[in-house]
Design a protein around this ligand. Structure first.
Ligand SMILES: *[C@@H]1O[C@H](CO)[C@@H](O)[C@H](O)[C@H]1NC(C)=O
Ligand SMILES: *[C@@H]1O[C@H](CO)[C@@H](O)[C@H](O)[C@H]1NC(C)=O
Length: 368
């Protein structure tokens, strides 16, 4: 009698443990999708995928996280440069080849896909990724991904972070991108993206960083950008953008960095930029004309102001002495003329900040 009870209880416990472990495990379909994702990649040095075995992909699979309640895969996070001990053990950063398998699109609860700095991952972004309606973070920075940004990217209404920098992505910025109403951080720098910046870019109301430098963008800077209240960092440098600088950029509440260097921008410097919230301004290497606006004041606080290699004429405005701070100023390689005003914002600057103008004079250049 006692033995029967003992075995009954034992059976119950075993059944319970089994049920708990099964309900904790990831669904077989998600496990299969992860294994297909793994099969399309090759990581020869670190063994990041060596833990991807067994039935329960929600526990101890390197870089995989699941929702603790529903046991569905919510995040894949594989970074080739990280603090993880496997990198210290191997004494190297990661390297991976292969491509991002469309099998990823079967992980329908995925909210974050981060596969960064592996240098060798090529192929395109699977277009089906636009069906992952829970996706909040897509970060594929630092690979060799080519092809185009999926045309229907705008369907990802929850997407807050889109980072595709340092790849070989070509094609245009898809018109649907401006439908990403949750987007906060956009980084497409250092790719081969061509065409224009969509006129209605300003619809991205949540955006705080827009980094589009080192591409092949042409056309004008859309003035709608100035409607993005939260934008603090706008980098459009090293493209082929033309036309004037929209004066409204100088009226933006929190814009701190404005890099437009290395384009084909013409027209004058809007006076609004000089007394704005901007503290890093690089307009170097364009075709900017006219005078440096006489609009400096106590609100002018620049850690960097680089206006070099343009077609600026006239003198250095007197008001510049009233600027709160100018850390690094470069107005070299223009057609400026006249005396360099004495005053505190200049005391630390070297001659290289002023050289190659038509006839500037005074400290730190030759006396007038
Ligand atoms: C943006 O979203 C709206 C509303 O869902 C849709 O009608 C429109 O076609 C989308 N625009 C693009 C370019 O996809
Ligand atoms: C400004 O942009 C130019 C051209 O891209 C670059 O060479 C220069 O280093 C930048 N200036 C500063 C101070 O970063």
């Amino acid at each position: 009698m006692a033995t029967t009870t003992f075995y009954n209880i034992l059976f119950l416990i075993v059944t319970l443990v089994y049920l708990i472990s099964v309900s904790n495990a990831c669904p077989p379909s998600e496990r299969a999708a992860l294994l297909a994702f793994k099969a399309a990649l090759r990581e020869p040095y670190l063994g990041v995928f060596s833990s991807w075995k067994g039935t329960d992909c929600c526990h101890n699979w390197y870089g995989v996280s699941c929702d603790p309640n529903v046991h569905r895969v919510t995040s894949i996070d594989l970074r080739a440069r990280s603090e993880d001990p496997i990198f210290a053990k191997a004494h190297r950063t990661g390297y991976m080849t292969g491509s991002i398998s469309p099998a990823i699109c079967r992980l329908t609860r995925l909210s974050s896909l981060t596969v960064t700095e592996w240098d060798g991952i090529s192929g395109q972004i699977p277009p089906c990724i636009v069906s992952l309606s829970a996706l909040r973070i897509l970060d594929l920075t630092g690979n060799k991904i080519d092809g185009e940004i999926p045309a229907e990217i705008g369907r990802l209404r929850r997407l807050a972070v889109l980072k595709l920098a340092d790849n070989q992505i070509a094609g245009i910025i898809p018109p649907s991108l401006t439908n990403l109403s949750s987007l906060m951080h956009l980084d497409l720098a250092n790719n081969k993206i061509s065409g224009t910046i969509p006129k209605n870019f300003g619809r991205l109301r949540m955006l705080s960083r827009a980094l589009l430098s080192q591409n092949k963008l042409i056309g004008a800077i859309p003035s709608s950008i100035s409607q993005i209240y939260r934008l603090s960092d706008l980098d459009l440098s090293l493209n082929q953008l033309s036309g004037p600088i929209p004066a409204s950029l100088g009226k933006m509440a929190v814009l701190a960095t404005l890099n437009l260097d290395g384009n084909k921008i013409s027209g004058p410097i809007p006076p609004s930029l000089i007394s704005s919230s901007i503290n890093k301004l690089n307009l170097s290497r364009n075709s900017i004309e006219g005078h440096i606006p006489d609009a400096f004041g106590p609100r002018s606080y620049f850690t960097v102001m680089d206006l070099s290699y343009n077609k600026l004429r006239g003198g250095i405005p007197r008001s510049i002495s009233s600027a709160a701070f100018i850390g690094h100023l470069d107005i070299s390689h223009n057609h400026l003329c006249g005396p360099i005003p004495p005053g505190s914002p200049f005391d630390h600057l070297e001659a290289s900040s002023f050289v190659y103008n038509d006839c500037l004079c005074g400290k730190p250049l030759k006396a007038c």
